[in-house]
Design a protein around this ligand. Structure first.
Ligand code: FES
Ligand code: FES
Length: 166
């Protein structure tokens, strides 16, 4: 079948099998920034935002998201010198990135959390990231990264992409 998807604010007309998952359709259409791991809803590396809310794209039928807003990590980049969003900068600065395999998902979950809750508690952060496994590190630096991201967003007045009209 063929349908229009809205990915990172752009309409993309894609051919796909009606039984395909969103993860398969994204990766087959060149969105390799969306990582594939367990393909069973357990690791969280395939996370994308669906209408701003994190979902495991391996567990979502592509046909069910037609006409809805899908955001991958590329959708968060900025038009400035670094090209990085404040959340990405925070992960780089606070050491939340090791191999980086799980990082796109964690950045997206953080972005979504801070859009809804600009000053999360440690518990809020841990609950939000509960489904996102990292094999490289303890989670302390990831926690620090989310807190730094909250500070950066507050300082920049960019609490959420929605508020910036994007
Ligand atoms: S690849 Fe989707 S949750 Fe692991
Ligand atoms: S940074 Fe390597 S799996 Fe998380």
């Amino acid at each position: 079948m063929k349908a229009d998807f809205i990915i990172n604010g752009r309409r993309e007309s894609l051919e796909f099998d009606s039984r395909a998952t969103l993860l398969e359709v994204l990766r087959n259409s060149g969105h390799r920034e969306v990582k594939s791991g367990c393909e069973n809803g357990e690791c969280g590396v395939c996370t994308v935002l669906l209408d701003g809310i994190p979902v495991n794209s391996c567990m979502v039928l592509a046909a069910s998201v037609i006409g809805r807003e899908v955001t991958t990590i590329r959708g968060l980049t900025e038009d400035d010198d670094t090209g990085l969003s404040p959340v990405q900068e925070a992960f780089a600065e606070a050491g939340g990135i090791q191999c980086g395999f799980c990082t796109p998902a964690k950045v997206l979950v953080t972005y979504s959390l801070l859009s809804r809750n600009p000053q999360p508690s440690d518990e809020d952060i841990m609950n939000a990231l509960d489904g996102n496994i990292c094999r490289c590190t303890g989670y302390v630096k990831i926690l620090d990264s989310v807190k730094l991201a909250a500070e950066k967003l507050k300082a920049s007045g960019k609490e959420s992409r929605k508020e910036r009209g994007k």
